[in-house]
Design a binder for this molecule. Structure first.
Ligand code: GDP
Ligand code: MG
Length: 702
């Protein structure tokens, strides 16, 4: 074994291992490596702090009266810097409330540049006060604290090691000083440190008492049955009764002689000299060098620390691999780098290509192509539009006309649909818009409105009124102007319904664009700035659709009624036949061949005034024409205002995201839209550096 050759001192770990840890620290992966951790445990006053002082040459507070009240963790780190730096801080216990915890965290030990006896005890006094532990009898403060004092010592000659001095366990509560709860608290705390598999337990037992009474030995044996991380130390060999020494020596533990209470106050007693003198005395001079003295302990420790650290390396390696992978994923999620104009342009070109791809899938209802369709139903463009089209057609047929063509009972709530099927809805008004407003486009959309249920009172009396107010000198016929007027009034609600429909389609399209972009751009800033850059152009295209819907409304409602559709005649014939039939039925009687009517009875049916006859004709023509026009209107709105202008046409809003848009951008615009924000750039640089470090560290550990 190579021994660290510094003046009078051995390091606590194997130099080869130290070098490896050094190199890992140089790769900045120190955080993933648990330093070997030494926990010194034993009864109160067994000599724990004295042993620690011997090992570290730090003046751990030793006091027979004032025992250790909280865990002190000392972290030694070897760094390249020239001089030794020492910092002290407090790690609050996890059960501490927030304000108290942040108070404790804020504390930094002052003047801890040298940890000699004087400054260490000043530091300790300060920490006692801060943690609120009792400093004198009857001050009412608790004896022990679960906070941890953490002292970090880094310098060119330090070991990579963490040492923890914990309060000593005790068997009996001392009335007025310690309570049963204190006893439990300390035991739990000590046991928690011992249980940690990376803790190396230094069990300190005074040689002058019966080891069989030391429960700490049993505790250690339970937690580490093979003794892989346990090291036994016997202190106070100078106090062993004459004759009892051989029993002590038989244990084979390392015997360490520290300074006694009295020697501490006496000036200039060197612990190493005192220990050497003790070793020279009979019977200790029969104990080998590997079993006596602080140096022997150091060598043993070095072995055990090294073996344990080696054992931990595979875990460190897998931890590093895990961290490496996480950072690679994080870096990938930032997308490609976008520093130069070319990079920015390429980045945007990729985005528009992905967006066009997404749009194509969305319009083909090819939803299995991307997971986004699963998690964001608003991206299912084709389906949302088709459903809204169907709803529009249904709404227009049920709610579009001002007057019902057939008489219905005034008490009836609801409507008769095309099949004559009675539907009760309880609704007396229909909301023309089905979707909620989305931010950014609501100002251009026509105002949402409600349409009333079609009127059920006699359509003929309304037609008659209109006819009487606009007829001319015609005989047996009527001016087409009358039909125009009737049509305009009968289709009054088309405007609301069409506006609601087109607003919904625009909303669907806009939601698709916003969601789609945010799905494609991993950097939210890019999707947002791209969207705000496009917004005016998008609004213009949305408005084109609204304008076209207006145009179609004027065509249907304000122009002379016109159609080449033969369904007009079909319906008209049906209307006339039905009316004749209903009159004739009144005179018909049953015969074996079905219903029959006398020829003489036929003439009675013509018994009405010219005006009456015209009104009937008007009603029939209006009904027939309205039906043709309504179907034409629904189709035109859906295929032109919606499909052509917003969904499938050559100039839909989605096509704005095109390569030619990207190439039209100036350098400044490119940078504004696609450039990386400073924080992102920093994040990327940090990730790249960390990945480099971790890759190097992983190689080193292989
Ligand atoms: P801790 O409570 O376990 O930290 O024990 P300390 O290190 O504070 O020691 C308790 C007391 O025992 C102190 O007064 C020490 O000076 C004394 N002590 C520790 N080790 C030895 C030893 O080897 N010989 C003698 N004579 N006294 C010792
Ligand atoms: Mg102590």
């Amino acid at each position: 074994m190579v021994i660290h050759a510094s003046n009078h001192d051995h390091g606590l770990a194997d130099p080869v291992l130290l070098e490896k840890i050094d190199r890992l620290f140089a790769c900045n992966v120190g955080d993933y490596i648990d330093l070997p951790q030494l926990v010194v445990v034993g009864d109160q006053s067994s000599g724990k702090s004295s042993v620690l002082e011997g090992l570290t040459r730090l003046a751990f507070p030793r006091d027979s009266g004032l025992c250790t009240r909280f865990a002190t963790q000392i972290i030694f780190r070897r760094t390249q810097c020239e001089s030794r730096t020492i910092t002290a801080s407090i790690i609050p216990d996890s059960s501490t409330d927030d304000t108290n915890a942040s108070n404790l965290k804020r504390w930094k030990g002052k003047d801890v540049q040298s940890l000699d006896k004087g400054s260490f005890s000043v530091l300790m006094a300060e920490v006692h006060a801060l943690m609120g532990v009792s400093r004198s009898k009857d001050d009412g403060f608790p004896m022990f604290s679960k906070h941890i004092l953490r002292v970090e010592i880094s310098g060119p000659n330090e070991d990579h090691l963490s040492v923890i001095d914990v309060p000593g366990i005790f068997r009996n509560a001392t009335p007025g000083i310690t309570t049963k709860e204190d006893k439990k608290l300390v035991r739990d705390m000590v046991q928690a440190y011992m249980r940690n598999p990376r803790s190396i337990m230094l069990i300190v037992v005074p040689a002058n008492i019966d080891i069989a009474t030391q429960e700490i030995v049993e505790m250690a044996r339970e937690l580490d049955p093979h003794g892989e991380r346990t090291l036994g130390v016997l202190t106070k060999p100078d106090l062993v009764d004459k004759g009892a020494e051989s029993k002590v020596m038989k244990l084979g533990w390392v015997i360490v002689r520290n300074l006694g209470q009295g020697e501490l106050h006496g000036a200039d007693v060197d612990r190493d000299a005192a220990e050497e003198q003790e070793h020279a005395k009979y019977p200790w001079n029969t104990v080998g060098c590997d079993n006596f003295g602080i140096n022997a302990l150091k060598i043993r420790l070095q072995e055990i620390v090294t073996t344990n650290a080696r054992r931990a390396f595979p875990a460190v390696r897998s931890e590093i691999s895990k961290e490496l992978k996480a950072r690679q994923v994080a870096l990938r999620s930032l997308g490609p780098e976008r520093k130069t104009t070319e990079q920015q342009m390429q980045y945007l070109l990729d985005i528009v290509a992905s967006f066009q791809n997404l749009t194509a899938h969305a319009l083909n209802a090819n939803y299995s192509s991307a997971d986004a369709f699963e998690s964001h139903p608003n991206l299912r463009l084709a389906t949302r539009i088709v459903n809204r089209d169907a709803k529009f057609s249904e709404d227009l047929s049920r709610w579009g006309h001002t007057f019902n063509f057939k008489k219905t009972s005034p008490l009836q709530i609801g409507w008769s649909d095309d099949n004559g099927e009675k539907q009760k809805s309880g609704m007396s008004q229909l909301q023309s818009r089905k979707l909620k407003d989305v931010l950014g486009i609501q100002e251009i959309l026509p105002e949402a409105s409600k349409v009333p249920y079609p009127l059920s009172h006699d359509i003929c009396s309304w037609i008659e009124d209109e006819y009487r107010e606009s007829r001319g000198f015609e005989i047996g016929t009527f001016n087409y102007v009358v039909l125009s007027i009737l049509m305009k009034k009968q289709s009054l609600k088309w405007t609301s319904l069409a506006n609601g429909y087109i607003s919904d389609i625009i909303t669907i399209v806009h939601e698709f664009i916003v969601k789609g972009l945010s799905q494609i751009c991993t950097d939210r800033k890019v999707s947002e700035s791209l969207l705000s850059f496009l917004m005016d152009k998008l609004l213009e295209r949305y408005q084109n659709a609204i304008k076209h819907a207006d145009f179609l409304l004027s065509v249907e409602r304000l122009m002379i009624p016109m159609t080449q559709n033969h369904y007009l005649n079909d319906t008209l014939e049906k209307c006339r036949q039905e009316r004749t039939k209903s009159i004739l039925l009144k005179k018909a009687y049953d015969s074996p061949d079905g219903k029959v009517i006398r020829v003489d009875d036929l003439k009675h049916q013509q018994n009405m005034s010219n005006a009456e006859h015209t009104v009937q004709e008007l009603r029939d023509i209006l009904e027939s024409y309205y039906k043709v026009a309504r179907k034409r209107f629904v189709d035109n709105i859906c295929t032109q205002a919606a499909a052509y202008f917003l969904v499938h046409g050559p100039k839909t809003p989605m096509t704005l995201l095109s390569p030619s848009l990207v190439s039209s951008l100036s350098r400044e615009q490119l940078d504004e839209i696609a450039g990386e924000e400073l924080t992102l750039r920093k994040k990327r640089e940090k990730l790249i550096k960390e990945i480099d470090d971790l890759t190097m560290a992983r190689k080193m550990l292989l």
